[in-house]
Unconditional design. Structure first.
Length: 317
């Protein structure tokens, strides 16, 4: 099986652990995305995920072998905390361990300096953990190293910041799956935002886009499965001397499904710090809950659509 690269990786993993004296068992797991109806008779269409319970020195932990490019012990968000059927004798029902929402946290730090003529230079650091890090590693694996910087700049950075030109890129954690995956890149923007009556209007960076992701419909007749999302954004904005920043007021959007989106800012004479905190809990949103959830998503997106106003200093002759 190993030499031919065929068969079940999960069964092979359990066998290899047994060779070194580590107890491990296969389990069928009920995915959160499938029918949640409880039944005394297991349904093979419902228990569609295969996981491994490993007996460690401090207790059992869970592994999925299908998550390539991930840290050891990473499990899919849709099987965390779910019911599992152990494929062993005697028969056993158990529960897959849970992990904090921040297991898959994405953090973005933007340090941007705005010039008097509207051009800008930014240093951006994106850090991915858990499943998002594994997903990105899989994408990067298919890009030749010689083309990586060009493709990243043209297909990713230019979409995030229209008109931006990437000057440098550094990626860490690409090969070491136990570490977060970090992108650090510097960009120049010929004109950031737009000028209107002496006021520079700056767009929101890295929009959450919750409505197109989770709430495209006006109503639903069936429950909707919402995957988890955790993101923190910090923007450090530096402006020319004499400029005045008018950032949107602080706001929070909380919901009964466990979604929480908060926006705060701190301003001084030379700039501002803008913070965004997004936490979307894994949920099964029922039709009666959907209108409130959709309104929460729309409210957050509408807030992010508001521009930061920078009243530029008057040029002296």
């Amino acid at each position: 099986m190993l030499s031919a690269r065929t068969g079940s990786r999960s069964r092979l993993f359990v066998y290899m652990l047994s060779l070194i004296g580590i107890e491990a068992d296969l389990a069928l797991v009920r995915s959160f995305a499938f029918d949640a109806t409880q039944s005394d008779t297991p349904d093979d269409d419902t228990y569609g995920d295969l996981a491994i319970r490993v007996q460690g020195s401090t207790g059992p932990f869970w592994v999925e072998t299908g998550l390539d490019h991930s840290a050891f012990g990473t499990i899919s968000p849709l099987v965390r905390g779910q019911e599992a059927l152990m494929l062993r004798t005697p028969f056993e029902r158990t529960t897959v361990s849970t992990t904090p929402l921040e297991t898959d946290l994405r953090t973005v730090d933007v340090d941007v300096t705005l010039a008097a003529n509207g051009s800008a230079r930014a240093t951006i650091t994106e850090t991915f953990r858990g499943v998002p890090a594994a997903t990105w590693r899989g994408e990067l694996e298919n890009i030749p190293d010689a083309q990586l910087e060009n493709i990243f700049g043209e297909n990713y950075v230019a979409r995030l910041l229209p008109g931006a030109r990437m000057e440098s890129l550094r990626i860490t954690g690409r090969e070491d799956h136990e570490m977060p995956l970090v992108f650090r890149y510097e960009v120049d923007v010929l004109e950031l935002g737009r000028l209107e009556n002496g006021v520079r209007l700056l767009p929101s960076l890295f929009p959450s886009a919750l409505t197109p992701s989770f709430a495209r419909l006006s109503e639903r007749t069936r429950a909707q499965v919402i995957p988890p999302l955790a993101m923190d954004l910090e923007v450090h904005l530096h402006v020319p001397e004499g400029a005045v920043i008018e950032a949107p007021e602080d706001a929070a959007f909380e919901g009964e499904t466990g979604a929480s989106i908060r926006y705060t800012s701190v301003r001084d004479d030379r700039g501002a710090e803008l913070h965004r905190h997004v936490r979307i809990q894994r949920a099964r949103v029922q039709p009666a809950q959907y209108p409130a959830f959709a309104a929460q998503c729309r409210g957050a997106d509408e807030y992010e659509a508001r521009e930061v106003r920078v009243r530029m200093p008057t040029a002296t002759p």
